[in-house]
Design a protein around this ligand. Structure first.
Ligand SMILES: *Cc1c(COP(=O)(O)O)cnc(C)c1O
Length: 397
């Protein structure tokens, strides 16, 4: 994620990478070391105790009755879809604006992604567009909670009830997000978390989890993650040659990963609070800057739900020129997401054309994410704002 500052950088100011976790690692090193050494000492790198311990802690933190840790957010989605009863050829309605894994997980689980547009004033799927996409083959809806807030779950639940559809949430970005006290991922049959390093709870590699209130769904996910063998804990190697009723994969989380995540979970609340402070700082500085639209703080989250800032995303004029301007000054940005899902080459066979989901397309064309992570010093956030302001007002340095 760390970008090299452009050779054209003339400023002596330090580079501001889009993402870094070096400092939070240093600050938490004692805890990380303690958990990792536990794993090294008992020599169980797979099937060890840390994964179960992490699952328990995550259950307590989110309020999920069942948490199953796996090797990535993407595999969590695939396993959850299968465990929730997706059959080959079933249609799953997903937003046209999301990370690619939202739609590819549906395809990899054997289903067909069917796209819906997003809301006019946000990034979440539009319940009216979802309702319009329902066909006799639709069995599920998968809303996605993007960046700093949840999708309109009341609207989605309404459509699901009317058509008898199952809700699976792509809550990969949504740790800490809640609606009426219920954590994201627990408003339908289940949801997921991603522990990709840049995520709000990030590991030292890939990781993910399934959250659900349904014990039988959780048990099927446990079977699918480990060669069809279930069980509340991974236990040991014994029994892998026993009769297997469900062909499973190997999607287990490693114990070293769970150890690091246990240490990082202990400082998650502080990290979320720091993200909120930095977002408020950006909000205050960027409000009213010409060329900048969609300042996140100007749009309150839906009633009953909170704001947890994973990605600080703006909509701007001349996005690519702004990104280049910032890169030339050593400031890293990212585009979430450059291509709407319906126009991804891997879904070409679904036959979509530009213009099919205009809001998703407009969001992709104007989106830019600024550096925001617990390591970011305030002075760096201020410099990012100075440079953005300079770009749009012509007073560049
Ligand atoms: C990160 C992410 C995923 C996938 O998670 P990985 O852990 O990277 O596999 C899925 N959906 C969304 C919306 C994400 O942001």
């Amino acid at each position: 994620m760390q970008k090299t500052p452009s050779a054209a950088a003339t400023t002596a100011a330090p580079a501001i990478p889009f993402f870094s976790q070096a400092e939070s690692f240093d600050n938490n090193w004692g805890e990380i070391r303690r958990h990792v050494i536990d794993v090294l000492d008992n020599g169980k790198f797979s099937h060890g105790a840390k994964v179960g311990e992490l699952e328990e802690r995550l259950a307590a933190w989110t309020g999920a009755r069942q948490v199953v840790a796996v090797n990535s957010g993407t595999d969590a989605l695939i396993l959850l879809l299968r465990a929730a009863g997706l059959r080959p050829g079933d249609e799953v309605i997903v937003p046209a604006y999301s990370f690619i894994a939202t739609a590819s997980a549906v395809a990899l689980a054997g289903g067909v992604p069917v796209f819906a547009d997003i809301e006019a004033d946000g990034h979440g799927v539009d319940p009216r567009s979802v309702a319009a996409a329902v066909t006799p083959r639709t069995t599920m809806i998968m809303p996605v909670h993007l960046f700093d807030r949840m999708a309109d779950m009341r609207g989605v639940q309404d459509v699901a009830r009317r058509h008898g559809l199952t809700i699976v949430e792509d809550s990969a970005e949504a740790i800490g997000m809640r609606m009426d006290g219920t954590h994201a991922g627990l408003l339908g049959v289940g949801g997921v978390l991603s522990f990709f390093p840049a995520k709000t709870l990030g590991g030292i590699g890939d990781g993910g989890a399934v959250l659900t209130g349904d014990a039988s769904v959780a048990e099927r996910v446990r079977m699918l993650r480990h060669h069809g063998r279930g069980g509340a804990t991974l236990g040991d190697f014994a029994g892998i040659s026993n009769a297997t009723v469900l062909p499973g994969r190997n999607s287990k989380m490693d114990d070293v990963q769970a150890a690091v995540l246990l240490a990082k979970l202990a400082v998650l609340d502080a990290g979320i609070a720091r993200r909120a402070e930095l977002a408020a700082r950006y909000d205050a500085r960027l409000r009213g800057v010409p060329g900048v639209r969609g300042v996140p703080g100007e749009r309150p989250p839906l009633p009953g739900s909170n704001r947890v800032v994973y990605v600080y995303l703006l909509q701007v004029d001349d996005r690519d020129a702004l990104a280049a301007h910032l890169a030339a000054r050593g400031i890293g940005t990212e585009v979430y997401y450059p291509v709407p899902l319906h126009l991804q080459p891997c879904f070409a066979r679904l036959g979509h054309r530009p213009g099919d989901f205009p809001r998703a397309e407009a969001a992709c064309a104007a989106a830019i994410a600024l550096p925001l992570h617990p390591d970011l010093p305030e002075a760096h956030a201020d410099r990012v704002c100075d440079e953005i302001e300079g770009f749009y007002t012509g007073r560049t340095r």
